[in-house]
Design a protein around this ligand. Structure first.
Ligand code: AMP
Length: 541
C-alpha cells in the first residue's frame, strides 16, 4: 500500500474543529427558554466524547439505530457525532410527522434509544406503547427541565447522563461504507422510505458541498442553519461547518422573522441556508422595520423553488446573493447549486438573471440527465422537459430494508422531478411528476389525502391539489364531489382527515363541485384544477 488508508469516520469533523478551530462557536437559541447560548468547538468535542462514553455504557453497539426527535441545538449536534462516530446509526426523525408515520418509521428503523427534546416528550410519551423496540429515551435537557413519565420506561436526562463521563474517547475503526445516518423521506406516496447514508458518502458530500462552488464557506464564516438537522442532515452543513471551522447558529424553535433577524444581526451571520418560507418571513420583517442585514453575503435556498421576487429582494435590499440549490433526501441532499460560470458574462443581463434563478449545475461528484417516457436522453437545450435522473457518490442505491434497488439498470435514480437542462448545464425544475404538496418545505401526499377523503361516507370524489401560498409556498385545497343527496360539511371532512394527517397537513379549505376535470387516461387533471383555483389562496395569510 502506498498511501495511508484510514477509513472515513464522521467524528473526524468534530475532532478537527475541536482541535484546530477550538475557539469557534456553536450558538443556539435554547429550546427551554429561547435565550441564546454559546459554546466553543473545543467544549462541544469534550461533550461529544462524554456522550460517546455514556452511550457505550447504555450498551449501544455498532450498527444499532439511535433516533433523534429534536430541533437544531448544540445538544442535538453532539448526539449526532457521538452516535455516528462510534459506529451506531443516527436516525433523525422529523417531529412534525403524523403519529402514524412516526410509529411506522421508528419501528421500521428498529431504534433502540431515542434522543428527544423535552417539548416533544408529551407527544412521544403517548406513542411509546407502540414502540416495542425502544429501550429508553434521552431527553436533551438539564435536570431542571426534565419531564417525568407514568410509563415503565427509562428516561435519561442528557446533562446528568454525560456529566461524570470522561472527555477522552477513542473512536473505533470500521468500514467507511457502514451506515452513519438514516433519514426517511416523506416525499413519496405510501410508507416513508429510509435512506441510509454512510460515513464515506456523507464525508464526500461535505467536501463537495463545502467547496467554493458549493456553499463556499470557511472559518471566517458564521452560518445560520435554519434547515433542520432532521432534513437530509441539514444539507450537510453540520458536518462541513465543523470541517472548515465556521461558526454555526442554531435557531431552536424560533423561526419567525424577528428571531431570525436578531441572530443574523447579533452574530454577524455571513451565510444562511433554509427553505423559502423562512426567508419570506424574514424579508417581510426586515421590510416592515426598514432594516438591512448588513453582514449577510449569501443565502442558500432549496427544498422548493424560490420565487423570483426573493432573488431581487435579497440583492437589492440586503446586498446578499440568493443561491438556488436543488437536492433531495435521496441525494444527501446536494445535487445542484446555482453559481456563475464565465460563459454567462457575455449574455444580456436579463438572460443571465433568468439563468441565475434556475436550480443550478451539478456539483463535482454528481451527474444529471433528463429523459423521455421511454428513457431516451433529451437535449440539453433549455427547452426540452423530461424526467430528471441523477447519479453520484452520495445518491441512494437501495432504500433501507428494501429488497430491490432504487436505481435503473444503468445506475441512475429517477428523482420524480420534471426538469430542463440548458446548454450551460443549468437545470431548472419545471414540475413534479409525483403529485405531492409541499408546504413550508414539508410534504403532504395528495394521493393519501384523496384516498382518505373518499373514504368519508358522504364523499363521492376528492382531488387534493397544491396551490401557491405566500407564506407556506404551497397549501392543499381539497376539491370534493358529494355523493348524491348528501351534504357533507367542511368541518366533518377535516375531522375525518385528522385520523391520519397531522393538523398542519389538513387543507386550508374545501370546495364542493359537481364535476372534476379528468385527463385522457382517467386521472384527475391536476393541471386544470390548479389553473382553475390558482388564485384561491392569493390573499390568504
Ligand atoms: P426532500 O427529499 O424532502 O428534500 O424533497 C426533495 C424534493 O424537493 C425534490 O425532489 C424536488 O421536488 C423538491 N426540491 C428541492 N429543491 C428544490 C428547488 N430548489 N426547487 C424546486 N424544487 C425543489
Amino acid at each position: 500500500m502506498n498511501m495511508q488508508n484510514t477509513p472515513f469516520n464522521l467524528a473526524q469533523c468534530i475532532e478537527h474543529a475541536g482541535k484546530y478551530f477550538s475557539h469557534q462557536k456553536v450558538i443556539t437559541r435554547k429550546v427551554e427558554d429561547d435565550t441564546l447560548h454559546e459554546i466553543t468547538y473545543a467544549e462541544v468535542l469534550g461533550r461529544v466524547r462524554q456522550l460517546a462514553n455514556a452511550l457505550q455504557k447504555l450498551g449501544v453497539k455498532q450498527g444499532d439505530r439511535v433516533g433523534t426527535i429534536a430541533l437544531n441545538t448544540y445538544r442535538h449536534l453532539e448526539a449526532w457525532y457521538a452516535i455516528s462516530g462510534q459506529g451506531a446509526v443516527c436516525h433523525t426523525i422529523n417531529p412534525r410527522l403524523s403519529p402514524a408515520q412516526m410509529i411506522y418509521i421508528i419501528n421500521h428503523a428498529e431504534d433502540r434509544f431515542i434522543f428527544v427534546d423535552h417539548i416533544f416528550w408529551p407527544l412521544i410519551e403517548k406513542l411509546h406503547p407502540q414502540f416495542p423496540k425502544v429501550e429508553g429515551y434521552i431527553v436533551l435537557t438539564d435536570k431542571e427541565h426534565m419531564p417525568t413519565t407514568a410509563h415503565d420506561v427509562k428516561l435519561y436526562c442528557y446533562e446528568e447522563l454525560i456529566k461524570d463521563e470522561s472527555t477522552e474517547f477513542t473512536w473505533p475503526e470500521f468500514d467507511e461504507n457502514s451506515g452513519s445516518s438514516l433519514c426517511y423521506t416523506s416525499g413519496t406516496t405510501g410508507n416513508p422510505k429510509g435512506v441510509m447514508y454512510t460515513h464515506k458518502s456523507n464525508l464526500l458530500h461535505s467536501y463537495a458541498a463545502g467547496s467554493t462552488d458549493g456553499f463556499g464557506i470557511n472559518s471566517m464564516d458564521t452560518i445560520l442553519v435554519v434547515v433542520p438537522l432532521f432534513h437530509a442532515n441539514s444539507w450537510g452543513i453540520s458536518y462541513l461547518g465543523p470541517m472548515v471551522g465556521a461558526n454555526l447558529i442554531f435557531p431552536g424553535k424560533r423561526m419567525d422573522g424577528v428571531a431570525i433577524f436578531e441572530v443574523i444581526d447579533k452574530y454577524k451571520a455571513t451565510s444562511a441556508a433554509g427553505v423559502p418560507t423562512v426567508w419570506t418571513n424574514l424579508l417581510d420583517f426586515a421590510d416592515k422595520e426598514g432594516r438591512k442585514m448588513e453582514s449577510l453575503r449569501d443565502v442558500v435556498v432549496g427544498g422548493s423553488a424560490a420565487p423570483p421576487w426573493m432573488f431581487t429582494a435579497f440583492r437589492e435590499k440586503h446586498d446578499a446573493e440568493l443561491l438556488h440549490a436543488w437536492g433531495m433526501t435521496e441525494t444527501s441532499p446536494l445535487g445542484t447549486m446555482n453559481r456563475s460560470i464565465p460563459q454567462l458574462d457575455n449574455l444580456p443581463a436579463e438572460e443571465k438573471a433568468k439563468i441565475r434563478m434556475k436550480q443550478g449545475r451539478p456539483v463535482f461528484g454528481i451527474d444529471i440527465k433528463i429523459v423521455d417516457e421511454e428513457g431516451n436522453e433529451l437535449p440539453r437545450d433549455g427547452e426540452a422537459v423530461g424526467h430528471l435522473l441523477v447519479k453520484g457518490n452520495w445518491v441512494v442505491h437501495t432504500y433501507f430494508g428494501a429488497d430491490k434497488p432504487a436505481v435503473n439498470a444503468d445506475g441512475w435514480f429517477d428523482t420524480g422531478d420534471m426538469a430542463s437542462i440548458d446548454r450551460f448545464g443549468y437545470m431548472e425544475i419545471v414540475d413534479r411528476s409525483k403529485d405531492l404538496i409541499k408546504s413550508g418545505g414539508e410534504w403532504i401526499s395528495s394521493v393519501d389525502m384523496e384516498n382518505l377523503a373518499m373514504g368519508h361516507p358522504e364523499v363521492l370524489m376528492a382531488a387534493a391539489i397544491a396551490l401557491p401560498h405566500k407564506k407556506w409556498g404551497e397549501r392543499p385545497l381539497l376539491v370534493v364531489i358529494p355523493k348524491e343527496g348528501q351534504n357533507p360539511t367542511k368541518e366533518g371532512i377535516k375531522e375525518h382527515l385528522k385520523s391520519e394527517f397531522a393538523d398542519w397537513q389538513i387543507p386550508n379549505d374545501i370546495v364542493f363541485v359537481k364535476e372534476i376535470p379528468m385527463t385522457a387516461t382517467g386521472k384527475f387533471s391536476k393541471l386544470t384544477l390548479r389553473d382553475q383555483f390558482k388564485d384561491f389562496y392569493a390573499e390568504a395569510e
